[in-house]
Design a protein around this ligand. Structure first.
Ligand code: 3HC
Length: 298
């Protein structure tokens, strides 16, 4: 059965990290029934708390009505049961950890119980969907649907087709992105990193190289990007937002694929990763953060 936007009522988001939880919220705010699944009860509880706090803040600032927010939460559920959630899903957005073997396992498990018409989209920006499609019996209904951090705010969604993705899958995914208030762009050819992250990656590589070579401090490189280039935040602040673990996994994956030593994560990223300094989520990355996620110092 072909996927279609009209068949989508229930959306399953796999992974309750910063991306998965906000993607789920965006979908429920748009009127969809959303299940957020994670293997960790703790991650689900944290996601719920953070979404409550974020949405209450938005109500307090007059950005949205309280009733609208409560109705959206009423359409959301949180579970550790992947097979059960998949059985009800018309569209799946996978936002689990950036590890190929984990994602392949998730896709295989989804395929066992999800309805035939369900699309499986991965939010990954580095693992192209053709690397996951083979672990399902529905490669034509698999694609990338890549959101940006913070997903509640950033408008762009990259929809990437693999050689087997059907037109109906691309059309359904693009239309879903529009209906949840995003601005989709389509990539007709797979390339790791897609459009926005390839451009961003070049900026981050240069920023790290300037820092590691002692040219300027982290603060000053960030300041230049804000005040000279008009970026809303500097590359180091952004790495703290998106996660230093993500930056590290992305480069390790690229290195494994290419074998090119230049693709390895840089020294300072690996050091931070090994120390558990993962950015905002761990309270320290390039900068230090308080409980509310506000920057306190370096
Ligand atoms: N989650 C949800 N909403 C957030 C948020 C977060 N983590 N951080 C900020 N916001 C929203 C809030 O509504 C906030 O208002 P509030 O503080 O009154 O509640 C509003 O944005 C403004 O936030 P701030 O005043 O703290 O700061 P800014 O004006 O700088 O805006 C920003 C924050 C929207 C994050 C802006 O700095 C920005 O656009 N930064 C660049 C983000 C970016 O480049 N994202 C792409 C990253 S790459 C990626 O995601 C790819 C993936 O594969 C890793």
């Amino acid at each position: 059965m072909e996927p279609s936007i009209d068949r989508i009522g229930n959306i399953l988001v796999v992974g309750a990290g910063a991306m998965g939880s906000q993607i789920g919220m965006v979908c429920s705010l748009a009127g969809y029934n959303v299940t957020v699944q994670d293997i960790s009860e703790e991650a689900l509880a944290r996601a719920w708390e953070q979404l409550r706090a974020r949405m209450h803040r938005n109500v307090g600032k007059g950005r949205i009505e309280r009733e609208e927010v409560e109705a959206a939460f009423g359409r959301m559920s949180f579970t550790t049961d992947l097979a059960g959630a998949a059985a009800e899903a018309d569209f799946v957005i996978e936002a689990a950890v950036e590890k190929l073997d984990v994602k392949r396992e998730i896709f295989a498990r989804l395929d066992r119980t999800a309805p035939e018409h369900a699309v499986f989209a991965t939010n990954s920006s580095t693992i192209v969907s053709s690397r996951l499609a083979g672990s399902t019996g529905r490669p034509d209904r698999v694609c990338n649907m890549h959101f940006f951090n913070p997903a509640l705010v950033m408008k762009c969604v990259e929809v990437v087709r693999n050689p087997k993705t059907s037109d109906a899958t691309v059309e359904t995914t693009v239309e879903l992105a529009r209906r949840i208030g995003k601005e989709p762009i389509v990539l007709d050819k797979e390339i790791p990193g897609f459009v926005a992250n390839r451009i961003l990656g070049a900026i981050m590589d240069e920023a790290i190289s300037l820092y590691e070579n002692g040219v300027a401090s982290v603060e000053d490189i960030d300041a230049a990007c804000r005040s000279a280039l008009g970026h809303p935040m500097g590359p180091f602040e952004l790495m703290d937002l998106t996660g230093i673990d993500v930056a590290c996994y992305v480069r390790m994956d690229r290195y494994r694929e290419s074998g090119d030593p230049d693709d390895r994560p840089s020294r300072s990223i690996v050091e931070k990763f090994e120390r558990g300094e993962l950015g905002r989520k761990s309270g320290r990355g390039w900068y230090a953060y308080d409980e509310q996620g506000q920057k306190v110092s370096r």
